[in-house]
Design a protein around this ligand. Structure first.
Ligand SMILES: Cc1ncc(COP(=O)(O)O)c(C=O)c1O
Length: 497
């Protein structure tokens, strides 16, 4: 593995001494000032009480957690409820008819219904297939979608790799696939180009359009009305809702994509290892599973070389489902409902506005900006995820490893790199196919080596970014500590290679 040893510049290391205590001492006054500028924040005060109860460990352990797009956080009462459920009942493998098995079936079916209810999905129209995560949901569609030489897969530059990976299934079956570029600067979709592409594939047999409801790179929210635009032109729509759902509501009564992918740990932190494909029953009928497994068939024979696949969700859940973990999904959904996603959304939007304003205004003594934000710089149609890099007074970038190392030393959790969304990163850094192709010709390399090579060739000053993302337990103090941390870079010189 390629490892990077990052040594902090002495001046920065010196500023970090005692930094967190100083920042903490400033929070009260800063929050008063913030509230006078963003008075609606007062409406979200219940979330401070929540933070003190279910999420007290963040402050007890001195963590500033700003990686909610990576993983959400659970409230301790979710765990307590789950533990009580497991310790006060006996659950067996749900594939039988004995009492413990039936109890497991009942509680898992209840979780399935809770997912449908949460999304206002009509049970006659939609079903829930439990998977390991959002990637598992996407793979189920990718491997079973009836791609052939006459079909088409359309996706955005702004997709997670687990959506990008479906292109390999399309390619292997001879289907055409097309990527829609993002507009430079805003990293939003070029809607006119999308409509042209949606119209262009008129004669294709099966057409699948995949897009993220919210970018896990830039926080851009792509309009949900694209679902209907695509469907009215004969496309099936795969909505990747993984980064959207933790702070937004999706209503499957209003928008009815064929497939929706999600990971529950992103929404409410616990349990990990469970996601779902929420799928329209009519769309599932179109899918052709490449194999069968225990649990997915009503019967199979060895000698007659035949099998009958279950219809709906049972035909897609391979082997034994996570029957002890899945009940925690219902607990998590109830937790979100009690807390209120609109309230979380309001809070993180106001805190994002504050962060964006701060980042835009932060300047070195010579007037040069400290932060370059990738994507929208206001809160219109964007979520609480901000990708950025830090620059010195001479316009030289701080390698993100330096920023990350400095943040780590203060228990500030940020994410760095390309966040498994290479297309958005390439768009943000202005990289072209010609820049990238040479990295895939001879030797295998990892992301850091590729980034170094691209920088060496001068096609960009940096590859990779820093990401701060807010979520259910974020409070003003977290965001203030980030601003205080970024202020340390004012008038700092970036080490040169
Ligand atoms: C938009 C988006 N889609 C898909 C995924 C994949 O999720 P998982 O790793 O849980 O499968 C992620 C993870 O960050 C994501 O942000």
């Amino acid at each position: 593995m390629h490892t990077v040893t990052t040594i902090l510049p002495n001046t920065l290391a010196a500023k970090l001494e005692g930094f967190i205590d100083d920042a903490n001492a400033e929070i009260e006054a800063a929050e008063r000032d913030f509230c006078s500028r963003y008075p609606d924040y007062e409406q979200t005060r219940d979330l401070d009480a929540l933070r003190c109860n279910g999420y007290a460990r963040l402050d007890d352990l001195g963590h500033t957690y700003l990686d909610y797009t990576g993983g959400g956080l659970f409230s301790t009462d979710q765990l307590e409820q789950h533990t009580a459920l497991l310790t006060q009942n006996i659950y067996g493998n749900p594939h039988s008819l004995n009492p413990t098995s039936l109890a497991a079936t009942e509680i898992n079916e209840s979780a399935r219904h809770a997912v449908l209810d949460y999304f206002h999905a009509d049970p006659d129209q939609y079903t829930v297939i439990f998977t390991m995560n959002a990637s598992g949901a996407l793979k189920l569609v990718g491997e079973a979608y009836p791609f052939d030489e006459n079909s088409h897969y359309l996706l955005l530059f702004d997709n997670h790799n687990s959506v990008n990976g479906i292109r390999e299934y399309a390619r292997n079956k001879g289907a055409k696939f097309t990527y829609l570029p993002l507009l430079p600067g805003t990293l939003r979709l070029d809607e006119a180009a999308l409509m042209r592409n949606l119209d262009a594939a008129n004669s294709a047999s099966h057409k699948l359009f995949a897009f993220p409801a919210q970018s896990n790179f830039s926080g851009v929210k792509h309009p949900l009305r694209l679902i209907e635009e695509a469907q009215s032109r004969g496309w099936d729509v795969m909505l990747d809702a993984a980064a959207f759902l933790p702070t937004n509501q999706l209503d499957l009564h209003e928008h009815q994509p064929e497939f929706v992918s999600m990971s529950f740990y992103k929404m409410f932190g616990y349990p990990t290892g469970i996601g779902a494909l929420v799928a329209r029953k009519d769309a599932l009928e179109k899918l052709k599973r490449p194999w069968f497994a225990g649990g997915t068939i009503s019967i199979a024979t060895v000698q007659a070389d035949a099998y009958y696949l279950h219809v709906n969700e049972a035909g897609f859940e391979d082997g034994t489902i996570n029957y002890l973990g899945i009940p925690a999904v219902e607990i998590g959904l109830k937790h979100l409902q009690k807390v209120g996603v609109p309230c979380v959304q309001q809070r993180v939007t106001l805190l994002t506005a504050y962060l964006l304003d701060f980042m835009k205004q932060l300047k070195h003594s010579n007037g040069q900006p400290v932060i370059n934000i990738y994507g929208p710089t206001d809160t219109d149609n964007r979520g609480a995820t901000i990708a950025f890099n830090v620059y010195d007074p001479n316009g030289h970038v701080f390698e993100y490893q330096i920023v990350e190392t400095a943040a780590n030393s203060q228990k500030i959790s940020l994410r760095t790199g390309c966040f498994c969304n290479p297309g958005a990163g390439e768009s943000a850094h202005g990289l072209t196919a010609e820049d990238l192709q040479p990295c895939f010709i001879n030797d295998r390399m990892d992301f850091t080596e590729m980034a170094e090579r691209l920088v060496e060739k001068h096609s960009t000053d940096i590859v990779g970014a820093i990401r701060a993302s807010l979520g259910i337990a974020t409070n003003f103090a977290d965001v203030y500590r980030l601003t205080a941390f970024l202020r340390l870079f004012v008038d700092e010189e970036a080490p040169q290679r």
